[in-house]
Structures are given as C-alpha cells and as structure tokens.
Design a protein around this ligand. Structure first.
Ligand code: PEP
Length: 249
C-alpha cells in the first residue's frame, strides 16, 4: 500500500503562501509515499495549477453531498474535482463541532465524493472526556458505523480513515504510542468486518500534533499508514521532514 502524508491548512493561507507549495514540490519531487495538501478553497485551483505534473496532490477540506443547487456557500464534490482536487477531508472534528456535522451527513458526503472519484478522508476521534471515561473504542466504533459509506466504491485506496483524537488536535499533546496502536488496530478490525479483506489495503492515518520530532515513532506503529497534519503542514520546513519520515517507514 502507498502511504499518505496529508496536510490540512484549515482556514490558513493567502496567495503569498503558495510559495510553500513550490518549496515542497522541490523538496519531494518523487517521494515514496503520496503527498497531499488541502488548502482553503480560495487557494485550491491556483495550488492545483502549480502542482500539476508534480508528486503533490491537492484536496478539499469539506464538500456538500448534493451535486449542485441552492446551497449558498457550499461546494459540491464535482466542483472540487473541477478545481483540481483529488481528495476531500470529511467529518473533521472542527466541522463536526462548528457546523453541527453528524455521522449521517458525513456518510452522505463520503458517498457523494466517492461517486465522483474523489478520495474521501473520513475523520473520527474521541474527546478528552470520552477518553477519560474509557469509551474511546465505543465512540470510534459508532463514528465508523455511521460516517463511512455502505460500500468500498471502487478500490480500497479511495477511502481513507483518519484517527484524530479531538484533544490532540493543535494542542501539542498526543496519545501514547500504545494508545494510537490500540485504536488503529481496532479501526482495521472494524473495517475488515464491514468491507471484507480488501479493507486491509485501506490507508489509516493518525492525526493530532504530528511533527517532525514524533513522526517516525508514530509511523513505525502497525496499521498507521500515514498522517493528517494541521499546523505542521503550513510550512515546507515543517512538513517536508514528515514526508521524509513516512517515505522511510
Ligand atoms: C488536524 O487538524 O487535522 C490536525 C491534526 O491538526 P494538528 O496537526 O495541528 O494537531
């Protein structure tokens, strides 16, 4: 399986920051893993134009489940694809919290993204209170059951699950390596039960305060097939070493 280093720029990035993309492409002309940046929509098509012909892939941070229509401010999967995206992040905890996204809405978006040929990166993760209460695996199991599309549409590569403990996002804190391994192994088992043996080939990403200094240890864990990176994806100097660590893992 080809591993995936994915960067989520969130609501960060101006025209001037496209220079970081040029540096990233120079730093990794042919990495031994997939390399993805998901910029804000305002930069998406310009970033895709700069990345054309390079190893860098571009993704959206959300999409609507409908193909078109009266949905002010929303973007359809086809629009993302038309702008040059190959992937889309769905159900990020910030969207679940800020925009009331539910498992059902994430599932509908994931199905719509798959139908148009976008790789859907579906995010799941427990809050700190849920971890403290010992319900992490129950929470993740329920999010997987409700958020993932009913079938693996085409190939296992087209659906990615990102495990992102909410309390580890942007905080500098991470679960222990054992805790990450436990959840990833649970996710793999759950996916195999749901989709069959093909799910062994699905990429499972860890996300939450990944940086150059902890990347190699996390990537050495079983069933960790890449990372979804927020803060450390904004600058090439921070993200390029993470791509290097993943390619070497
Ligand atoms: C994220 O937003 O998906 C994320 C993992 O952020 P950070 O790397 O900044 O914790």
């Amino acid at each position: 399986m080809r591993k995936l280093a994915a960067g989520n720029w969130k609501m960060n990035g101006m025209s001037v920051d496209l220079a970081e993309i040029a540096k990233l492409i120079d730093a990794h002309p042919a990495p031994d893993c997939d390399m993805l940046i998901c910029p804000p929509t305002t930069l998406l098509s310009r970033m895709a134009e700069r990345a054309a012909g390079s190893a860098l892939q571009i993704g959206g941070q959300d999409c609507h489940a409908a193909g078109n229509g009266a949905h002010t401010g929303d973007i359809s999967p086809a629009m993302l694809k038309d702008a040059g995206a190959s992937h889309v992040i769905l159900g990020h905890s910030e969207r679940r919290a800020d925009h009331g996204e539910t498992d059902a809405s994430v599932q509908a978006k994931a199905a719509a993204a798959q139908a148009i040929g976008l790789v859907a990166i579906v995010c799941v993760g427990e809050t700190e209170a849920q971890r403290d209460a010992g319900t992490t695996l129950a929470v993740i199991g329920s999010q997987l059951a409700g958020s993932l599309p009913a079938t693996l549409a085409t190939v296992p590569d087209a659906l990615v699950v990102a495990y992102e403990p909410v309390w580890a996002i942007g905080t500098g804190r991470t679960p222990t390596l054992d805790e990450i391994a436990e959840v990833h192994s649970f996710i793999r088992d759950t996916l195999v039960k749901r989709y069959g043996a093909a799910a062994q080939e699905m990429r499972l990403l860890y996300g939450g305060s990944v940086k150059a200094s902890n990347a190699a240890a996390i990537f050495a864990l079983p069933h960790v097939n890449g990372a979804l990176v927020g803060g450390a994806s904004l600058k090439c100097a921070d993200f390029a070493p993470i791509v290097t660590a993943l390619a070497a893992s």
